[in-house]
Design a binder for this molecule. Sequence first.
Ligand code: S2G
Ligand code: ZN
Length: 453
Amino acid sequence: MAIDSVIDAKQIKTDSESLAVWGKDWTNGFEVAPSAVVFPESNEQVVAIVEYAIANQVSLVPSGGRTGLSGGAVASSGEVVVSFDRMNRIIDFNKEDRLVTCQAGVVTQVLQEFAAEHDLFYPVDFASAGSSQVGGNVATNAGGIKVIRYGLTRNWVAGMRIVTGAGVLLACNQGLVKNATGYDLRHLFIGSEGTLGLICEVDMRLTSLPESQVVMVVGVPNAVDLLSVLMAFSDELTLSAFEFFSDLALDKVIAHRDLQPPLATREPYYALLEFDESSLDAATRAFEHCVTEGWVTDGVISQSGAQAQALWQLREGISESIAGDTPYKNDLSVTINQVPEFLSDVDQFVEASYPGYDVCWYGHIGDGNLHLNILRPEDMSVEDFMEKGHEMSPKIFELVQERQGSISAEHGVGLLKKDFLNYTRSDKEIELMRGLKNLFDPHQILNPGKLFS
Ligand code: S2G
Ligand code: ZN
């Protein structure tokens, strides 16, 4: 039986160009070979597609904004890609509950703009928000730049409609603030990377608009002092963001986007802070304390929204600015108190073992989340460099494991990290996760090969 028996031919693509576009995400290095792409337009059609897949032993790869960085939406073995591009409507809004019901394919930025139009705020934000979809954000529990104040996507999901691998359409929690009636299945599906179910709709919570924000960028001579700077400011005010990036990262962004450095002097590291305008005096006190202690040498503060955006560009433009260096990426986290030593451990390891490799650091240091991007030497092929990266990673993961950290802080596991789960998860935990996979996807048709083999 062909899939056009359950979905209109106009909702199916099999041409090579479509397969190449929808068969991947932002992750490089994996074969892209889906058999078809289907575009359901309703929950019922998603159920029909799963029932078809069960009856015909067809594997399905859910696809949202295709901005993933761990191969979670890559179809390499003839799978059918289920794209939510055409399930992209905001279908309900309830001001009293501050809830927006989105189909999975609603672009993150559209949800942010919808909230603003209703004088409310959807606070989860990251550089890819203009392309990523809310369904994919939920499936990967996306983090981003405001986690320190607003938490991760998980904190904002009040309900969802999801189709399990058995073709059952589940309605989880339905927007309730309180619901003490057993296991909260919603939280199993959040971050499950499409391996337990296909998310069709989500009820997203909104919050009050923050007051206008001020952005500060400070120069930090010693990585070990980043934590002292975080503590000095956190003791005085509520931070909306606390990001960091290395001078190499800054070099790449100002070259790529033709920008000016933020400070008169260059430092090995920079911290970018965002906070409420009403905290300006407190921030000034904290800044002066940091300068007195020698943790910070210089700083700049935004005087307008445009200047705040310009400073954010220095951080949010990094990923795109280093893409040309085909970086080998690792997205790591440790508890915040360990960040300085961990950063130093990894720097020393790479310098000793791979001299001459450029290490580009940036990330959400306020969450203990570091993005380690090792840049490909110009004279090395992408294949050889990826091989070197795979060889390097286990040693870096040992450093993570020593500190009970995570080998994937926010980008998920997908294909890229599945062989390294043991550095963060115990055998027993992985066994239980497999049990959940068998429970919710008994026919093993949902995103097979992702998260674990
Ligand atoms: C960030 C974006 C993807 C990457 O900039 O915070 O999560 O690692 C990253 O370049
Ligand atoms: Zn990040």
